[in-house]
Design a protein around this ligand. Structure first.
Ligand code: NAD
Length: 424
């Protein structure tokens, strides 16, 4: 192997550089050919567009948008579209690669992609966002397609944007093509079970990891950072299976009760309290950063990236970390956790329940049929369990962490498929 060393990690650890470093390590463990390494490292296609949009006051503003298809080796590429002022092509490229590995780990027939528009949706009217979304979709007419590239929501986008994308794309084709995007409203062909899918996958991964480490869920104590879609669903579903949730948090702070927090009540409180846990009754308020260091068995970071770093990893007491968020653990923290014997179920496995049910949405759209919630849950649970076992066995076979094993599983699958398909 004669790889070029990956770019040095700067002191402020960047989640995308972290991801590339792990890709590099897994490629080495796997003995991947240099040529295939180069193929998988670089995106297949990247497009940048400038979109003139008429604002409500009659002026015209030009927005920069991107779509990067990292890989379409396993099938049509899949990945969200982000509306945020921080969007830039390098980040979109890295997020697209991330999607390739995530889809491959759970063995769904998709490649990876990501898109983004540099804008601040909070400062725009509904009409302005709609016109921007339609302009972006038009400009991606040759990229998007149910058999080519399938967008989904990400930071700053949701069911409304997906409905406009589906409509604009359909108009250009002269027919309804609802399988071109996922994350649509239910009435437009969205899937039952999508809302809870990521949290549910986190629950399945956590229970599978507990089983392997002989941890009894009925005796386990758990802390969860972030009480949004992923965190609150993971808390609810784990709580229902006997796990004691002793701490939860959101931007307002962290809330602790040694005897356990009633999650159904906390969700009800948050929904009535302007989506905030501030003032949660029956729990002591503690510092947000303290939650990560509590004496618990299971820690679930489900808020944001880069929260477990070289600065706090040695103080973590949990035995098991299950990554609901994308990129919560930095590359430099990996070895510290490993030395302490802490097992981390990596993001590309633990939070892949979301993309799995997005895949089911696409399947249902193509069948012209709707599955029950039970069928969606049963099938996604099965996919998550199989993926966990596969990663676990790989970690034993190669004597590596679950994280590197997940990358090995993904890289192996994509590279083997590439070899069969062949290049030029
Ligand atoms: P969300 O916006 O619904 O919730 C985020 C939660 O994190 C909120 O409770 C917010 O208050 C909290 N939070 C933000 N900053 C915090 C901080 N500094 N400390 C503590 N809490 C903080 O988002 P989500 O959809 O639940 O996504 C959470 C994470 O999971 C993100 O990293 C996202 O990329 C990842 N993810 C989400 C999905 C999905 O299907 N929603 C799928 C895969 C990965």
């Amino acid at each position: 192997m004669s790889y070029i060393e990956p770019a040095p990690i700067k002191d402020k650890e960047n989640p995308f550089e972290s991801m590339m470093s792990r890709f590099h390590i897994a490629s080495q463990a796997l003995g991947l050919d240099d040529e295939i390494y180069e193929v998988l490292k670089s995106p297949t296609k990247q497009v940048t567009v400038n979109l003139p949009v008429t604002m409500d006051n009659g002026s015209i503003r030009v927005f920069e948008g991107h779509r990067v298809v990292h890989s379409n080796i396993l099938g049509p590429s899949k990945g969200g579209v982000r509306y945020d002022m921080g969007v830039n092509i390098d980040e979109v490229k890295a997020l697209a690669a991330w999607m390739t590995w995530k889809c491959a780990v759970v063995d769904i027939p998709y490649g990876g992609a990501k898109g983004g528009i540099k804008c601040n949706p909070r400062e725009m009217s509904q009409g302005e966002i709609e016109r921007l979304t339609r302009a972006y979709t038009q400009s991606m007419n040759e990229i998007f397609g149910p058999d080519r590239d399938i967008p989904a929501p990400d930071m700053g986008t949701g069911p409304n944007e997906m409905a406009w994308m589906m409509d604009e794309y359909s108009k250009s084709k002269g027919m309804t093509v609802n399988a071109v995007v996922t994350g649509k409203p239910l009435v437009l062909g969205g899937s039952l079970g999508r809302t809870e899918a990521t949290g549910r996958g986190v629950m399945i991964s956590a229970l599978a990891a507990m089983e392997k480490t002989k941890m009894n869920p009925f005796e386990a104590r758990c802390a969860i950072q972030g009480f949004g879609n992923v965190g609150s669903w993971a808390a609810k579903l784990l709580g229902e299976r006997g796990v004691k949730i002793v701490a939860i948090s959101d931007v307002s702070g962290a809330y602790y009760n040694d005897q356990g927090i009633d999650i159904a009540e906390a969700i009800e409180y948050r929904d009535k309290n302007n989506k905030s846990l501030e003032g949660l009754p029956g729990a002591e308020k503690i510092e947000g950063s303290e939650l990560l260091l509590l004496d618990v068995d299971v820690l679930i970071p489900a808020a944001m990236e880069d929260v477990i770093t070289k600065h706090n990893a040695d103080k973590i007491k949990a035995k098991l970390i299950v990554e609901g968020a994308n990129g919560p653990t930095s590359y430099k923290a990996d070895s510290i956790l490993h030395e302490k014997g802490i097992i981390a179920v990596p993001d590309i496995l633990a939070n892949a329940g979301g993309v799995t049910v997005s895949y089911f949405e696409w399947v249902q759209n193509r069948l012209g049929y709707k599955w029950t919630r039970e069928r969606v849950n049963r099938r996604s649970d099965r996919i998550m369990k199989t993926a966990f076992n596969n990663v676990f066995e790989t970690s034993k076979e190669y004597d590596v962490s679950l994280r590197i094993a997940a990358y090995i599983v993904a890289i192996k699958k994509v590279s083997q498929t590439y070899k069969y398909r062949g290049g030029f």
